[in-house]
Every structure is written in C-alpha cells, then in structure tokens.
Design a binder for this molecule. Structure first.
Ligand SMILES: [Fe+2]
Ligand SMILES: [Fe+2]
Length: 251
C-alpha cells in the first residue's frame, strides 16, 4: 500500500534579536515570525515544522527562550538546526529535549511513516562558512546504510553556489564528500536556508532548494549584503510517494 502523503513545513533565518521587539536591518523580525507562524498554522494539517538555522541574530539566550515559547503550540512536531548566527550551547539549553545527548553537532534524524527527515549541523563555531566535518559525514554514512525508504535532508548552508559571490564563499566546504555519501542512497531533496532567497540547484543529481528567510530577503546576484524585501516566507513540502511537491508560502 502506498505511504500516506506527508506535509513538512520549513522556516529559516529568523534572526531574532536579544530584546523582544528589537529591529534587525530596520525590521521588527519578531513580527515577521508571528506572520510566518500564522501562515504555518494556515497550512495545517502538517506533520513537521523544521527551522533550519539562524534562529537568533546574535545567539542570545533570551531570543531562544522567546522562540521556545512561540513554538510551544506546535508541540513535538518541531525540529531545529543551528545556523552560523546561532550559539550551539545556548540553543541546546533552551531546547534540551531536542538534543539530550552531549554530541558536538546539533543534528537530528526523525522517523515518519515512510519518510525519514535528517538534519545535519553545517555550522563551524565563530565562522560564517558551512562545513559538515568527517565525523558527521561518517555518522550519516552509517545512518544511510541502515535506513529503509525515502528521506529528506535539511542543512543551514547550501551545498551549491547560488550565484551571489559573498554568499557562495561560505557554502558547505565539504560538499564533494557529502555528494559521495549521498550517492549510496540519495535523498528526495536537500532543503537549506542561509541565503535568504529562493534558489533551485542540484548536488550529485539531487535537487537542492534554498528558502527565503523569515526575517528579510537578499536579492539574487546582489553585490552587497543589503536586505531588499522584508516580507517573511516559508516552504511547504508535500511528499507523495517518491515525489515532493514544494512551493514558497507568504502570509
Ligand atoms: Fe541568515
Ligand atoms: Fe546563515
């Protein structure tokens, strides 16, 4: 019998400030989070809400604590990854049930009926660039050897260039090694954040989709990191069999 359709929502790059109501690039990004969560609620019923990093703008504990309160209504359907703006230890402290172990990387695997979600921590402390590291790639290789059925991969940093020079210098450094690991069992898609814009690419034949931010957007192929649009967005992924129907949702 065919597996039931599954709906996954992705929010990324919230950039919450330390102080409630504080502005980032002139925008009340907490208001943007409220709008994005309302848009997520309008997409019910969904199975998972994945937040793919840059949750806080400067890694402040107060920002994570406010985020935890805002996400509480979604219960155990929430999955989190850190981004380069986050601080692992503070994020873990605000969401202790998400990472009960003492692992260095804040990654996750999540078994849904007929679909596995994997989130890999692509951050390097105090660096902007993305990198997975040999231990994490080894962990992924072992997980894939034991995995049955379809899966989706979430990262903060994209493993492909998006055509913007100041973003492309920080994409996942060990993307070639990631491509080799994925060759054994390719995911349906790789879904990322970090670039604050929508982009479609491919790594080793697997689709790569980047998603606009909740906080603010960068224009494609921009020369400087100056935000343009400040309207939040999220990504909807409907998995039906081996096909993923996806689109960007704006409030
Ligand atoms: Fe970001
Ligand atoms: Fe980022």
């Amino acid at each position: 019998m065919a597996a039931p359709p599954l709906r996954i929502l992705q929010l990324t790059d919230l950039h919450l400030p330390a102080r409630a109501g504080g502005r980032v690039w002139g925008r009340d990004v907490e208001r943007n989070l409220d709008l994005a969560l309302a848009a997520a609620t309008a997409c019910e019923p969904f199975h998972r809400l994945v937040l793919s990093g840059d949750l806080a703008n400067s890694g402040a504990s107060a920002a994570y604590e406010r985020l935890a309160r805002r996400l509480a209504p979604f219960g155990d359907r929430v999955r989190l990854l850190p981004g380069n703006h986050d601080r692992r230890e503070r994020l873990r402290a605000a969401f202790p049930r998400h990472w009960p172990g003492a692992d260095t990387w804040l990654s996750f695997t999540d078994e849904l009926p007929g679909l596995t979600l994997v989130g890999l921590d692509s951050t390097v402390p105090r660096r902007t660039r993305g990198e997975l590291g040999a231990p994490q790639l080894h962990w992924l290789r072992e997980r894939l050897a034991a995995m049955v059925g379809r899966w989706l991969l979430f990262l903060h940093h994209p493993p492909v260039r998006v055509g913007t020079w100041w973003l492309d210098k920080d994409l996942v450094r060990d993307r070639a090694q990631l491509g080799e690991v994925l060759a054994a069992k390719p995911p349906l898609a790789i879904v990322t954040g970090h670039v604050h814009q929508e982009f479609v690419g491919a790594l080793a034949g697997t689709p790569v989709w980047t998603t606009p931010a909740v906080a603010y957007q960068y224009a494609p192929r921009s020369w400087l990191p100056l935000p343009r649009a400040r309207v939040p967005a999220l990504r909807m992924l409907d998995v039906v069999g081996d096909v993923v129907h996806t689109r960007i949702v704006r409030p």
